[in-house]
Design a protein around this ligand. Structure first.
Ligand code: NAD
Ligand code: UFG
Length: 333
């Protein structure tokens, strides 16, 4: 099978390309390199011994999309291409809606023109807003997003639901990721955000490296075990494998619109992460308690039962694996 991976040079996309190639899929990548580097393609080749076919460009470009679908007999699309920085989305809402919503409309229209009707979409636990209860099941209420990034994911989910309602020849998997961290065990690919990282694990790794003096822990007065925020961290390689399971579902079973949480089901606090990172890597991570960060919630973790029962997806990597692999990548890059 030939899979078009949009945003395939990015953090989750590159790990998914590796798992696709390891599972004998053929891979075509479309990426405009707005948040990634072309050198990732060589690293994917180094890890798998196989190449992907690459098109550089913006997913909004209909001519380019037509070229990709004409030159390649695509069976299904995995769509990662989007902007993802929560804070930036508050400052640049229109750019976020254009890049995260308008582009997928062009992708879907191109898929329609070329009669490709299978798509896996990268959504996020952010669509649950402030959850009424944890662990969160897929049928929990969505909405109440607090930033344009989160709202863009909610909009696209709605668009995909309307699309399926209009034509149930479509076969759609919406995957709601919890908190992907870690890196490929080779240390060749991983997460390298530009500038000061907004997310916890890349920041922890940079403190360990000495690039920052200490980690700012945003609040220790939440209603959690130790007062710091609790999240469902999932190893990016496990997450990548979730996409293989979703593709299998779309190919083997009857057509439908499916929604799955991809998480481990276990919540860890910020201080749990600090301790686990220190232990796994035998390195100190100094931290200071700071005020809460605006928009944060106390606890967010998944109920992963549906993905286990319907996809056979179970995250296998431990928090120790996540911390070791994140550090291994940081050290090497
Ligand atoms: P990333 O920024 O590393 O990867 C996104 C890739 O898409 C980049 O290579 C970028 O250059 C490319 N891209 C962006 N806009 C494009 C466009 N218009 N045309 C072509 N290419 C474009 O991000 P990631 O962490 O790998 O996230 C992948 C997807 O998963 C995104 O949709 C993101 O919103 C979603 N997601 C990520 C997280 C997370 O914590 N990383 C959590 C939930 C959901
Ligand atoms: N945190 C700190 N210090 C930091 C960074 C984060 O204490 O320097 C804390 C946060 O307050 C939170 C936890 O670490 O309690 C995790 O924060 P992240 O920023 O790593 O992740 P979030 O859960 O806030 O958000 C992430 C993605 C979103 C996505 C969401 C749900 O950034 O895009 O997971 O999947 F929507």
């Amino acid at each position: 099978m030939k899979i078009l991976v949009t945003g395939g040079c990015g953090y989750i996309g590159s790990h998914t390309c590796v798992e696709l190639l390891n599972n004998n899929y053929e891979v075509v990548v479309l990426d405009n390199l707005s948040n990634s580097n072309i050198s990732v393609l060589d690293k994917i080749k180094k890890i798998t011994g196989k190449s992907v076919k690459f098109y550089e460009g913006n997913m909004i470009d209909t001519d380019l999309l037509d070229k990709v679908f004409t030159e390649n007999k695509i069976d299904a699309v995995i769509d990662f291409a989007a902007y993802k920085a929560v804070g930036e989305s508050v400052e640049k809402p229109i750019e976020y809606y254009k890049n995260n919503v308008s582009t997928i409309l062009e992708l879907i229209l191109a898929m329609k023109r070329h009669n490709v009707k299978k798509i896996v979409f990268s959504s996020s636990a952010t669509v649950y807003g402030t959850p009424d209860e944890v662990p969160i099941k897929e049928d929990a209420k969505t909405g109440g997003t607090t930033n344009p990034y989160g709202t863009s994911k909610l909009f696209v989910e709605k668009i995909l639901k309307d699309l399926y309602k209009s034509d149930n020849e479509w076969d759609i998997a919406i995957l709601r990721y919890f908190n992907p961290i870690g890196a490929h065990e080779s240390g060749l690919i991983g997460e390298s955000p530009n500038g000061v990282p907004a997310n916890l694990m890349p920041y922890v790794a940079k403190v360990a490296k000495g690039e920052f003096e200490f980690l700012r822990v945003f609040g220790n007065d939440y209603e959690t075990n130790d007062g710091t925020g609790v999240r469902d961290y999932i190893h990016v390689v496990d997450l990548a494998n979730g996409h293989i399971k979703a593709l299998e579902k779309l190919t083997k079973e009857e057509k439908g619109l499916y929604i799955y949480n991809l998480g481990t089901g276990t919540g860890y606090s910020v201080l749990d992460i600090v301790k686990a990172f220190e232990k796994a890597n035998n390195i100190k991570v100094p931290y200071k308690i700071m005020p809460r960060r605006a928009g944060d919630i106390a606890a967010c973790y998944s109920d992963p039962t549906k993905a286990k029962e319907e996809l056979g997806f179970v995250a296998t990597k431990t928090l120790e694996d996540m911390c070791r692999d994140a550090w291994n990548f940081e050290k090497n890059n």
